[in-house]
Ligand binder design. Structure first.
Ligand code: 6PG
Length: 254
């Protein structure tokens, strides 16, 4: 496993192609593990197409659901049935639509006393799942981590200038003040925990993301640009973001 992999850009034709390529990559990652697989989901609108695809043919039949564990990279500190809940969204779009063994969906416990308490408890859950309380780059926690890109360059709930961004020890932290709407407290995995993966896959679509994506890929110091992966690091974007085939280190069109 290499650390600090160079990012690779894949430019897909459109938002549907992004969802399809992401679904294929997720499936391959699960198949490769041959054992239990751990996927860390993301919130926001960008993964919605992927989530819908997973609950429909052929992915609903092809994914070995009984081997996969589902985590969430960040969530808003609201009840799971609140429309702002990231895990609530993932449940509605696919997790509640397929047969998943009990205990394989791992929501951030947003019914805890506070975001900090939820963070502590989720960190303990991740460490139990991993079997250790120190991350080993040779043995990543996740097989795939999905990420999004916010308009201000945030990813997960790691906002520009926020203290969560510089965290090097804890795996999960509470975020009292979000940098962008919705202004609800949140809980987020930290950069070291998110980096512990065989593949980190950013999903970025739409013309609205043009400006911020260009800033991140040009190396500006923004949270999303600080994201690292112990394995592969891929930016999967559609053409509406303004990137052309050939941008970055490598590209593929669909
Ligand atoms: C959240 C997300 C967040 C998201 C970006 C991009 O809880 O808000 O996890 O980090 O990924 O804001 O969101 P869109 O996909 O909606 O642009």
């Amino acid at each position: 496993m290499t650390s600090d992999a160079q990012p690779r850009v894949i430019v897909a034709a459109d938002i549907e192609a992004v969802a399809r390529i992401a679904a294929e990559r997720l499936l391959q990652r699960v198949i490769e593990t041959q054992d239990r697989a751990a996927i860390c989901l993301t919130g926001g609108a960008s993964p919605e197409g992927l989530y819908r695809l997973l609950a429909t043919s052929p992915y609903r039949e092809r994914l070995p659901w009984d081997r996969v564990h589902w985590f969430m990279g960040d969530d808003r500190f609201v009840p799971i049935d609140d429309r702002l809940s990231n895990m609530g969204m993932a449940r509605r779009l696919f997790l509640d639509r397929v047969a998943i063994p009990a205990g394989h969906v791992h929501p951030i416990p947003t019914d805890a006393a506070s975001p900090d308490a939820a963070a502590q408890s989720y960190q303990a859950e991740l460490q139990r799942f991993y079997g250790r309380d120190r991350l080993d780059p040779a043995r990543p926690l996740f097989d795939l981590v999905l990420m999004g890109l916010g308009d201000d360059g945030h990813t997960a709930s790691l906002f520009p200038g926020g203290t969560a961004l510089g965290e090097t020890e804890r795996w999960v932290v509470g975020v009292a003040q979000a940098g962008l709407a919705p202004f609800v407290p949140r809980v987020t995995l930290t950069l070291p925990a998110l980096a512990s993966t065989r593949e980190m896959l950013f999903l970025v679509t739409g013309a609205d993301k043009r400006g911020i994506l260009a800033r991140v890929l040009s190396g500006e110091d923004l949270p999303a640009a600080r994201a690292r992966s112990d394995g592969e690091l891929i930016w999967l974007v559609d053409r509406a973001t303004g990137l052309e085939d050939g941008h970055g280190f490598r590209s593929a069109s669909a």
